[in-house]
Ligand binder design. Sequence first.
Ligand SMILES: *Cc1c(COP(=O)(O)O)cnc(C)c1O
Length: 239
Amino acid sequence: MTELVPDVRTVAMRWWDVRDKVVHTCMRIGRDPSEVTIVAVAKKHTAAAVREAIAAGVTDIGENYVQELLDKQPAVATQVRWHFIGRLQRNKVRQVVGRVALIHAVDSLALAQEIDKRAAAIGVVQPILLAVNIAGDDAKGGVTPASAPMLLGAFAGLANLRCDGFMTMPPEDPVATATAFNGLRELRDRLRAPHLPLPILSMGMTGDFEQAIAAGATHLRIGTAIFGERPAPVDDTLT
Ligand SMILES: *Cc1c(COP(=O)(O)O)cnc(C)c1O
């Protein structure tokens, strides 16, 4: 989107705006705003911007890249929940497990086993989400909905990993967004059980978080609307 007028608002002003929209959307559809966590996605933004966000009231920070997480955590050094929302390579698992409250995008049994092994080695239980490619978009990561039951079953055998729910990326076609978000909630409703409550649905970004709230999202991953445009295009080979 081309902006004719530069966005000169501070991170705090943008955060209050996002927070307001989330609360109003919840009230409009009869959801309790306390059920919805806003994860402020800080990829490509500085530790100073993260500190500004926390000072304004942000409680959850999302990072996509392991190196950025390792650089910013000590530089921020405040009580805040960190989330790893990017694709995690198996050889970087040891740098992430135990350092984040939630790993959002687990998309294979091999990755889950690696996380479990590391969590056992350092004596923690690592909460994760299963990434589901709900719209069947070839370009997007995540497992097929059909393979979710088998993976959840396999995860149950990993003592140091706890699957708390699902995450998804929106489909390329914005017309299909609401269908995809509702599909993820329906999949969760179908697969959850007393021993496996799957309370978390991580879906919704800057362009579609209101639709995600309406579909039942519990975790919104919002970057641009809080931190402004990212300074450089994201190079996915940098993970
Ligand atoms: C960058 C990113 C977001 C946030 O995107 P915005 O459109 O800037 O809100 C959310 N989720 C994931 C996985 C991302 O990589």
